[in-house]
Design a protein around this ligand. Structure first.
Ligand code: FDA
Length: 579
């Protein structure tokens, strides 16, 4: 039997990229279908760190509360620990993921949301359930095989693994969210730079009550410096908390040139015993799998009507926790553009801005994640432990830091400095938040990008300059307190102005597409009682910001305009690809 099924957007894959694409499209009322290879969603924890930009996406898509209810909260994530084993000696800690008091304040000031630890096997059902509830046609056990495209659409051939036959799906657009071995990206001929298989790693998922070693220093990550820990892997051995404090995932390296070890239960247990360091604790191994550290990114995310998102176009190690975050944000960037093009509101050229905006982010995060692996080496160097001849020598080097000698004092200082430097992996607030888009979907206002006065990888720098995410400020509406970010999104453009901005409101109302209007000021629907918005908006009361459905500023006018309607119309024509 050969059937042809039709949809508007076909999504291949139900990981963070595919599931969030489906959720956003269904939320915007776009007909979409997901096909996914397996009979279930992710069955292992995989990606987990969920940063504020992603939480803002989830907030806009209406699933933030559900994620918070299921995730490990931020305050339990923060004591990234370096040790010889969980039961062994502790070498130092980094206050991480916004738990340093100064960074915590920066997190509170940057966003209405908090980061959290949401393992992928818990995240995917939230996204997929909500997507299906809003209309996504979801097909498990369905494998993408190939596509052909023409001027009007894409025809994909898929295999139904239950029936054992193939059928075709006709869609106007195809999203390849099929992960690090993406066949869609390959078939679309998307050029990839970089290298696969840089190092070998093993994930071991296990149950064990480790509260004795963790509850007093709650953390998502415990790094183990032990013999063999510099072979392959992601910088050192890692014991990662999946659920506090009895579900865990170990990442342990292997020599990629020698191939992965035989992943027997006995082998997995021996690694767990080494990294935990307490043989008395009962351990249940749940799964083990081998994977490789990759350093690859695509220069182009699309070919015609085919778009790729997530690991399909950026492949990197878990360092900095950027995997599912970047994947979800890719899809969020693409979904509203597809909606407007499918509705005939925007020209198809709007879709070209997807690559222009997201490919630089992909390249940046691949580079950052791999750099973070290399930045673990100085911790071993401080202990003369990069390549000790014997385990005894490594333990002796580690013990030497306790001596009352000048050499030991130097060693202690070097160790402290090397551990503290890991903020670039565990507290890189700027990497999480400072994306700036420069594309035809953003109208420059002639101002230069405001200079960073602090390290842009570590510190968030809010600005309303076109191409940046709308700054968050707490405002009020009657008795309700809400974020400026809560006034935008929901698939719509939003125009923000203040007292004296009536011409902008009229201009927005005169446009052929639905634009929400937000007037902030005394006696208006929204008020700014703390004055935060006045400090952050970078426009005068009579000025205007036009914000895209993804919360990024598309157009800014610093003051009242002579001809607001003409200015706004021109800006929108450019943004929507008509001018
Ligand atoms: P993702 O790989 O999540 O999803 C791809 C989807 O496409 C899956 O649903 C798959 O079944 C489907 N698919 C693939 N080919 C298909 C085809 N031909 N037809 C139909 N469907 C197809 N990250 C991290 O930060 N910490 C970690 O510990 C781990 N561990 C980890 C373990 C394993 C086993 C994997 C595979 C990945 C990780 N990761 C990780 C990486 C992290 O999971 C990754 O960055 C994100 O899941 C990326 O999300 P995507 O949606 O892009 O791909």
């Amino acid at each position: 039997m050969h059937t042809v099924v039709e949809t508007d957007v076909l999504i291949v894959g139900s990981g963070p990229a595919g599931a969030s694409a489906a959720l956003a499209l269904s939320t915007y009322g776009v007909r979409n279908m997901v096909v996914t290879r397996y009979a279930s969603l992710a069955d292992t924890p995989r990606a987990h760190i969920t940063n504020q930009r992603t939480m803002e996406v989830l907030r806009d898509l209406g699933v933030e509360d559900e994620v918070i209810a299921k995730a490990t909260p931020q305050h339990l994530m923060g004591n990234t620990t370096f040790c010889t084993s969980l039961a062994g000696e502790e070498l130092g800690r980094v206050r991480s993921w916004g738990n340093d008091p100064l960074v915590q304040a920066a997190h509170e000031l940057a966003s209405p949301t908090r980061m959290c630890d949401m393992p992928q096997h818990l995240m995917e059902p939230v996204l997929v359930n909500a997507a299906i509830a809003r209309g996504t046609d979801f097909r498990f056990s369905t494998v993408y095989k190939s596509f052909v495209q023409d001027k009007a659409g894409v025809t994909a051939t898929v295999e139904d693994r239950l029936r054992g036959d193939e059928y075709t799906i006709r869609a106007k657009y195809l999203i390849g969210a099929d992960g690090g071995r993406s066949k869609v990206a390959e078939d679309a001929g998307l050029p990839m730079g970089g290298q696969m298989g840089v190092a070998g790693s093993i994930n071991i998922v296990f149950d064990a009550d480790l509260s004795k070693y963790t509850a007093h220093r709650p953390s998502t990550l415990y790094w183990v410096l032990a013999p063999g820990a510099t072979v392959g892997g992601i910088g050192a051995g890692l014991v990662r908390c999946v659920r506090p404090w009895n579900e865990w995932l170990i990442v342990w390296g292997y020599d990629v040139s020698a191939g992965a070890p035989d992943l027997t239960e006995e082998y997995a247990l021996s690694v767990v015993r080494q990294l935990v360091g307490d043989d008395e604790i009962p351990v249940t191994i749940k799964s083990s799998s081998a994977w490789t550290v990759n350093e690859m990114y695509a220069e182009t995310y699309a070919n015609g009507r085919v778009f790729c998102a997530g690991d399909a176009v950026h492949r990197h190690p878990p360092s900095n926790g950027l995997g599912s975050n970047t994947s979800i944000q890719d899809s969020y960037n693409l979904a509203w553009k597809l909606k407007l093009v499918l509705d005939g509101v925007a020209s198809p050229s709007l879709l070209d801005t997807y690559t222009v905006e997201r490919a630089p982010v992909g390249k940046q995060i691949v580079t950052r994640a791999n750099k973070s692996i290399a930045e673990t080496a100085p911790i071993f160097e401080a202990l003369d432990g990069l390549s000790p001849q014997t385990p005894e020598q490594l333990w002796a080097n580690i013990a030497a830091r306790k001596d009352a000698t000048e050499a030991a004092a130097k060693q202690r200082a070097a160790l402290r400095e090397a551990i503290a430097f890991k903020v670039y992996e565990f507290n890189a607030h700027g990497v999480d938040l400072n994306q700036r888009y420069a594309s035809d979907a953003v109208v420059p206002d002639g101002t230069p990008d405001p200079a960073y006065t602090r390290d842009p990888e570590l510190h968030h720098r809010p600005t309303s300059r076109p191409g940046a995410k709308l700054p968050h400020a707490w405002i009020t509406s009657g008795t309700r307190t809400l974020s400026t970010l809560d006034t935008v999104g929901k698939g719509r453009f939003t125009l923000l102005t203040g007292i004296g901005g009536e011409a902008w409101v009229r201009a927005a109302e005169a446009q052929p597409l639905d634009i929400a209007t937000v007037v902030i000021g005394p006696g208006q629907e929204y008020e700014d009682p703390y004055g935060d918005w006045a400090d952050l908006s970078e426009i005068s009361d009579g000025g205007a910001l036009l914000v895209r459905p993804d919360g990024y500023v598309a157009f800014r006018h610093a003051g009242a305009a002579e001809d607001a309607e003409r200015s706004l119309t021109q800006a929108l024509r450019r943004i929507l690809g008509h001018g």
